[in-house]
Design a protein around this ligand. Structure first.
Ligand SMILES: [Zn+2]
Length: 168
């Protein structure tokens, strides 16, 4: 090793000894972090999930996702709601004419399916709004809400299908 190499190393080691001190000054205070992949959560300054390695989310990033969920949810509700209103107006107009009224009644199952899709998309949008609002307020995810609302949505679809089948 040449003299200049030794000198360079000495300087580098000196700098490295300095580094921990300055890093200590900017140490991140441990905050609640959640892994959105495997649901691990802990109060920690680690940014990667110790279970699966994914970058963990903090309260502020979960709030950001919450805002996104609210925007997407409101868009779905407004968009599908608008289409549903539009179709309803068309149907109401068509029902005034006896010939087309009969055709609509014959195609009741089709219209039922269409409205079921409108309903599911609107319910999905409302679910996003509720979950997003929770995340914006509390800065964390609510698993009961996230999975519970899937269950409710699923049960509603089954119940609607069942009562439609019974009413025929
Ligand atoms: Zn994880």
């Amino acid at each position: 090793m040449t003299t200049s190499q030794v000198r360079r190393r000495t300087i580098i080691f000196a700098l490295m000894n300095e580094t921990p001190k300055s890093l200590d000054d900017v140490t991140v205070t441990p905050v609640l972090r959640e892994c959105l992949k495997c649901n691990y959560s802990a109060v920690t300054d680690q940014t990667a999930c110790p279970q699966c390695g994914r970058k963990m989310a903090t309260a502020s990033s979960i709030r950001g996702r919450g805002i996104f969920l609210i925007v997407v949810g409101l868009f779905l509700v407004a968009f599908m709601g608008g289409i549903a209103l539009f179709v309803s107006n068309l149907l109401a107009d068509a029902m005034k004419d006896p010939t087309s009224a009969k055709r609509i009644t014959d195609e009741a199952a089709t219209f039922f399916a269409i409205y079921l899709i409108f309903g599911v998309v609107i319910a999905f949008g409302l679910r996003s709004v509720v979950i997003g609002t929770w995340q914006v307020i509390f800065g964390k995810r609510n698993k009961v809400l996230i999975y519970g609302m899937w269950a409710i949505l699923f049960l509603i679809i089954i119940a609607v299908g069942f009562f439609y089948g019974v009413s025929k």
